[in-house]
Design a protein around this ligand. Structure first.
Ligand SMILES: [Zn+2]
Ligand SMILES: [Zn+2]
Length: 134
């Protein structure tokens, strides 16, 4: 058994993948619900307004936003930026455009790798009717 100190209340607890104890997890869920409810009613509220209305510390609201759990209509709220182009994002690490580019970029990267390995065969091997690019 992995016994640790809860990073929130400092009590000993059985570690189960998260650094906080069950009581604090429940508390955090409760805080998350309050923030989400408030943002549903007032989507344009600032971070401070949410914090004041819910009593949840700003840091924790930011953590919810960074985790992509809480989504604000105001991209500037969490101060989150796309890690590629720097555009404000409401949730997560990339803006939708960059997330898309990354995805296709990764796919293309894989295709190019395969081409490099067996240059002649890549398209000839394909059984579907897709046209080669270009
Ligand atoms: Zn705790
Ligand atoms: Zn971006």
């Amino acid at each position: 058994m992995d016994i640790r100190n809860c990073s929130r209340c400092n009590q000993l607890f059985v570690y189960q993948g998260r650094g906080i104890c069950a009581a604090c997890q429940a508390e955090e869920e409760h805080e998350f619900d309050k923030c989400r409810d408030f943002l549903e009613k007032q989507p344009q509220a600032s971070l401070e307004e949410v914090s004041q209305a819910t009593g949840v510390p700003v840091n924790r609201i930011l953590a919810f936003l960074r985790d992509g759990r809480l989504i604000s209509k105001d991209p500037a709220m969490g101060g989150l930026r796309c890690q590629v182009c720097g555009a404000p994002v409401t949730s997560g690490r990339f803006c939708p455009a960059c997330a898309d580019k990354l995805r296709t970029g990764i796919e293309r990267g894989i295709q190019q790798n395969e081409k490099g390995k067996n240059a002649m065969h890549t398209w000839g091997n394909r059984k579907d009717k897709e046209e080669p690019p270009g």
